[in-house]
Design a protein around this ligand. Structure first.
Ligand code: ATP
Length: 283
């Protein structure tokens, strides 16, 4: 009897990030991360929360290979994408490997047109992939119709929200497997924040993983599958986003809720001094 050939298997999902025991220093004296371990499963959304100075941007820099631009260095530990070490690689190599950062504050090229900004994102593809990879313009324009309408306009003339869309679109032009988003909702009006959140969901549905640093903790926990809370360079809490949303500590420190006194069921003031809150808390 002839065994029928096995049906073709879809390619395994890619873009899994594994960070182990990561320790980062700036100069000789600032240890910004100390033994941080974190996972982003392929195609998952993971949120990174923490107060100012906790080390969130440092972690993104360590992944994107941009630490040297800030006089920082990995002292110990590893960053691995789909089994391949990224630690110590140049920023351009990290982008070519499929990890693309959307920096805080958008940083679009103001004097270039929308289309030129998007083309600049395509330069992130390695020369080989640039030849093979399908053009990402249709995908970007379907996610952001406004960018298609404004394609000839100077990027500096776009609104803050539109510039955030352009920064996301430019990152997608490099066909990432994993996006590093640094505070995408910062400074945006609530309606625009909702729109950006919807776009992050759609990007995720297209199989792209997301590591999200976001000062709006409620939004981050709503979008994410899993979350980590950093405190002075260490992981203080981690778990599923649902679990963390229910944690008293997260609710008190990051979701702006006051603790309930269980004896009286009355809402009480926090116990020891002022609660630590995200200094750019917008919730
Ligand atoms: P924020 O929400 O304010 O952006 P963060 O959680 O992203 O904070 P980091 O910017 O990663 O925190 O900073 C972590 C620590 O490293 C802080 O103590 C900060 O002062 C320090 N730090 C950050 N960048 C540098 C640098 N280029 N040189 C020296 N120290 C730095």
């Amino acid at each position: 009897m002839n065994a029928s050939p096995a049906p073709p298997q879809p390619p395994p999902p890619s873009g899994a990030l594994e960070i182990d025991d990561l320790t980062v220093v700036y100069g000789r004296s600032v240890r910004a991360l100390d033994g941080v371990s974190l996972r982003v499963p392929a195609g998952g959304i993971v949120a990174l929360l923490g107060a100012n100075g906790a080390g969130k941007s440092t972690l993104l820099r360590a992944v994107s290979g941009t630490l040297p631009l800030h006089s920082g260095a990995v002292e110990r530990g590893s960053v691995v994408l789909d089994g391949t070490p990224l630690t110590g690689r140049h920023a351009a190599d990290v982008v070519a490997a499929g990890v693309v950062q959307v920096p805080e504050g958008r940083r679009v090229f103001a004097s270039l047109s929308v289309e030129e900004n998007l083309k600049a994102g395509r330069l992130g593809l390695s020369r080989r992939r640039r030849g093979d990879a399908p053009d990402a313009f249709p995908q970007v324009f379907s996610l952001f119709p406004i960018l298609a309408e404004r394609r000839r306009q100077a990027a500096g003339l776009l609104s803050g929200g539109e510039q955030q869309m352009l920064a996301l679109g430019r990152a997608l032009m490099a066909r990432p497997r994993l996006l590093l988003l640094d505070e995408p909702s910062l400074g945006l009006a609530p309606q625009m924040v909702e729109q950006i959140a919807g776009i992050v969901r759609r990007i995720h549905e297209q199989g792209v993983g997301v590591l999200l640093v976001e000062q709006n903790a409620a939004l981050a926990l709503e979008l994410a599958d899993d979350a980590y809370v950093l405190e002075v360079g260490r992981v203080r809490l981690s778990g599923s986003a649902d679990e963390l949303s229910r944690s008293d500590e997260v609710r008190r420190l990051y979701l702006g809720e006051r603790p309930v006194d269980e004896a009286s069921e009355a809402v009480t003031e926090p116990v020891a001094g002022a609660p630590r809150t995200l200094s750019r808390w917008a919730g």
